[in-house]
Design a protein around this ligand. Structure first.
Ligand code: GTP
Ligand code: MG
Length: 171
């Protein structure tokens, strides 16, 4: 059979940003669920893509569950950080959460490729990936490679580009 590289990915970001919708879309069609509800705590998803055998920790973004994220930092070989690009008011909160992730002792000294999805690009009030990048302060991130992609998780747009980038970062 095909030898796939195993990869543990942590998927975080504020509630309602589209994390579960993105993870669901990355799964093989037969494994996708039809209705997506807000995540309680977290959910572990295992599936394969063309070249990866993925274990994704899809965390809840609700405030009361965000303290769970850090327990998975150590195991994470890559991070997918999702922002709702139309949620201008909470972009500053998203930045705070990203900053504390990057400063955490289980992340800060390591190379952890960071893929950011500027999701909900289909909404007319959405900000461009360049604007999101700037509001998140990504240009100040030097500890790990990062990449931002505008996405529409409902249609799957941008997701493949993101996963391909991630794949290229895995050594
Ligand atoms: P929590 O589990 O609560 O942290 O939320 P989440 O980040 O997993 O968000 P979820 O995937 O549950 O999506 C939240 C809502 O946004 C749902 O109604 C989705 O259908 C919607 N949504 C997700 N991605 C997109 C997108 O690209 N465009 C639009 N218009 N809606 C989206
Ligand atoms: Mg969710």
């Amino acid at each position: 059979g095909v030898r796939r590289r195993e990869l543990q990915v942590l998927c975080v970001g504020l509630d309602n940003s589209g994390k579960t919708t993105i993870v669901n879309h990355l799964k093989p069609a037969s494994a996708q669920s039809q209705d997506i509800v807000p995540t309680i705590g977290f959910s572990v998803e295992k599936f394969t893509t063309a070249s990866l055998s993925l274990t994704v920790f899809d965390m809840s973004g609700q405030g009361r569950y965000r303290n769970l994220w850090e327990h998975y930092y150590r195991e994470a070989q890559a991070v997918i950080f999702v922002v709702d690009s139309s949620d201008r008011l909470r972009m500053v909160v998203a930045k705070e959460e990203l900053d504390s992730l990057l400063a955490h002792p289980d992340v800060s000294g390591r190379r952890v490729p960071l893929l950011v999805f500027a999701n909900k690009m289909d909404l007319k009030e959405s900000l461009s990936s360049v604007a999101c990048s700037s509001l998140l302060g990504l240009q100040e991130v030097h500890q790990s490679p990062w990449h931002i992609v505008a996405s529409n998780a409902l249609k799957g747009e941008g997701l493949q580009e993101g996963v391909e980038w991630l794949q290229d970062q895995i050594r």
